[in-house]
Write a protein that binds this ligand. Sequence first.
Ligand code: GLN
Length: 470
Amino acid sequence: MARGQLSAVELTRSCLDRIDTFDSRLHSFITVDEEGAMAAAAAADTKRDLGDEGKLLGIPLSIKDLICTEAMATTCGSKMLANFIAPYDAAVVENIRAAGGIMVGKTTMDEFAMGSSSETCCFGAPANPYNTDFVPGGSSGGSAVSVAAAEALGSLGSDTGGSIRQPAALCGVVGMKPTYGRVSRYGLVAFGSSLDQIGPITRDVTDCALMLAVVAGYDRRDSTSVNRPVEDYPAALRKGMDTLRIGVPREFFQEGIDLEVEGVVRGGIDMLSDAGATVVEVTLPHIKYGVAAYYLIASAEASSNLARYDGVAYGFRAPADELLAMYKDTRTQGFGEEVKRRILIGTYALSSGYYDAYYKKASQIRTLIIEDFKAAFCDCDVLVSPVSPTPAWRIGAKTDDPLAMYLSDIFTLSTNLAGLPGISVPGGFSGDGLPIGIQLQAPHFHESVLLRAAYNLELQTELANHLPSL
Ligand code: GLN
């Protein structure tokens, strides 16, 4: 576009055409705003003619449907918010617009971001673009699918326990969860407020660095936003690997990991070592308690955050004769099974008499996990591990077994407990042709180092911009 060989209108049209062709099978979108996107594309072309060089000028993007937008509904994949139009744009949406980005639509997700397969979405689940009988992962499944299928050039997802990195891994694209506090959560519908973070899903690491540079930064409207300068992420990529130490956490290569996944991740470690990095083994002794601690803390926070959906201020309201019945019927009919399960777990964990045994204990474990990472990062700059213990599974295979679903987050959720940045980079494919990702993690606010390692890995795997044969 900068060379005048392609217009934003043409590019946006091609994304909308792909949505038309593929989305009845992939179902990555809940809302598509064709008219708004084409108008924004025409405006972007005019701006470029006038000399505007916005970082994302004329680039069609998709947005997970729990990030508030004034122009489109924000459903959170739930009947509760099926008709909800936010009265304001999220901070990240303001940033995307200011940089000239075009929003083509809002993507399919697990209801209120609770899940690892996107199957709890009450408007129908998305499918994996590499094999539509398989899940795309979740909860930002629609975002990852839209990018993998080039229905959008990038997307914003949210990650509370792995929801950006895991679907990115299962769909063969790049997904990054920034440091807690790096990207404003203003306008992100809350799930687990101490864990949630917005981040990019893209077709390669360079695009990821570019999108992060646009959405990162201080915002006084989010009290946990951190006032630190935003680095020049795209510029950080091209530094080599030879000064970097790569840590391999022993605990991440034990039982439960699929052999093909282990093979791909070990292959990635060799590639980073060939590129000049030093490889050291590290240990995270308390990581084994991560799943238990996460599902107590995330559910506790969810039970509190979701108390607001009572039929009064916004969203679905069940008709009833009196107030208590209205609350009860609204929440009974408006929430799906998984959301109710989380509210029950969280309410139980916070209730008097159980608080010390569950919520407090989980918080103490969280501190131990934070200390584990701190110690590990004394010996290395970046940790390498699997993203998901297995490649994508068949649609329906885990829907009746919540624990099996929860265990699929075993390698990602400790990043959120510790507030660290993490990225998933395509690493290879299973024998069945399903993508496998490699996870990198770094200390707080070391996004530049993380992206540099990811970029060097991507140079070796040569999997950037791979397109599924749809
Ligand atoms: N799968 C995890 C959960 O269900 C993480 C979800 C997320 O990151 N939003 O809680």
